[in-house]
Ligand binder design. Structure first.
Ligand SMILES: C[S@@+](CC[C@H](N)C(=O)[O-])C[C@H]1O[C@@H](n2cnc3c(N)ncnc32)[C@H](O)[C@@H]1O
Length: 323
């Protein structure tokens, strides 16, 4: 499933524009990862994770709050044995379910994901994959094939860095050959990671980067399965965030230990899910506003594209192909 049904779109509009509450619950479902990606901050600070009953109760509360989409992501959701039960619980509540994974365990577990609607697999390069992620790309591709065989639509999610900037065309071809969609976003130079890492893998050859993004735009125009809107690709080409961020108006961000945070960039704690989502939400309006007003912006595609959708930007409504 790639796009909102009219019914879901109406629910989303009601929740976000009338009730002024987020529609997506993005949940750090577990506290461990099987990779040590150099550009990722999450595995560096492992902590605790909620139990299955705690997650069920959060989902029940989220549904009453008006959440319509449940996204399971950090650190690596396929490491969680009870993932199928959690997805089933969300599905029974009428939520659309979504998963972001590194895909290493997908071959073994694709058959367990019958309650999953949207599957994103991170594929940040071809030749550079091993250097960036320390794993074997072929294992991930086998996982994607297994998921396709189970009937899943797959989105390959690529973070553009200095290491893979010359591989983007090849990645688009790879997505085409797998019958998958593909998204791109530039690497975010998180503060918690050493500058030496960013000097090595951050985007430094801006000429090559801009040409590569222009090439993606051209391919998108010619029908390649790139989900990003042209507005977004133009924005990342200049690497200047030019949009009003609505991340926290759209997405409720919950950490593995149950802390409600503003967003993945400002992991500012707002409260605990165990305190009740609506209570935390209502008590933090001022704080959330303050964070978004002082934020210089980021280019995470989920935040940018959804913020532009929130403002009904026509090109994004016509060309952004995921939810
Ligand atoms: C944090 S991971 C968690 C889910 C799963 N382990 C995975 O690898 O997809 C989610 C996404 O964040 C991306 N990511 C991690 N660090 C990033 C960074 N510094 N800049 C941009 N994206 C990043 C990953 O590439 C991945 O697509």
């Amino acid at each position: 499933m790639r796009s909102f049904s009219p019914h879901l779109a109406a629910r989303a509009l009601w929740q976000m524009r009338v009730k002024r509450r987020p529609f997506v619950l993005s949940h750090g479902i577990n506290a461990a990862c099987n990779l040590r990606c150099r550009f990722c901050e999450y595995w560096r600070k492992p902590g605790t994770q909620m139990s299955t009953p705690e997650i069920f109760s959060m989902l029940d509360d989220a549904r009453s709050f008006g959440i319509g989409v449940y996204n399971a992501w950090t650190l690596e959701p396929l490491l969680r044995r009870d993932l199928p039960e959690i997805l089933r619980h969300a599905k029974r509540l009428g939520l659309v379910t979504s998963l972001i994974t590194n895909g290493l365990l997908l071959r073994q577990r694709a058959h367990e994901l019958e309650d999953l609607d949207l599957l994103s697999v991170s594929v940040d390069g071809t030749t550079s994959y091993r250097e960036l992620r320390g794993a074997d790309l072929e294992e991930v591709l086998e996982g994607i094939r297994a998921a396709r065989d189970e009937g899943h639509e797959v989105l390959m999610n690529c973070v553009i860095s200095q290491k893979n900037v010359s591989e983007l065309e090849e990645l688009v071809h790879l997505a085409e050959s797998l019958g998958a969609w593909i998204s791109f976003e530039p690497i975010h130079e998180s503060q918690g990671i050493d500058d030496a890492v960013w000097d090595e893998i951050g985007i430094r050859d801006t000429f090559a980067y801009e040409r590569a993004v222009e090439d993606l735009m051209e391919r998108k125009r010619r029908g390649a399965p790139i989900i990003n809107s042209l507005t977004y690709l133009e924005m990342i080409k200049s690497r200047r965030p030019r949009f009003r961020c609505h991340a926290s108006d759209i997405i409720l961000h919950v950490s593995p230990s149950g802390i409600i945070e503003n967003c993945r960039v400002h992991q500012e704690p707002l409260g605990m899910v165990s305190d009740g989502i609506s209570r935390v939400w209502d008590a933090t309006l001022k704080k959330r506003k303050g964070i978004s007003q002082s934020c210089k912006g980021c280019l995470f595609f989920g935040y940018v594209e959804n913020s532009l959708l929130y403002e009904f930007v026509p090109e994004v409504m016509a060309h952004y192909e995921w939810m």
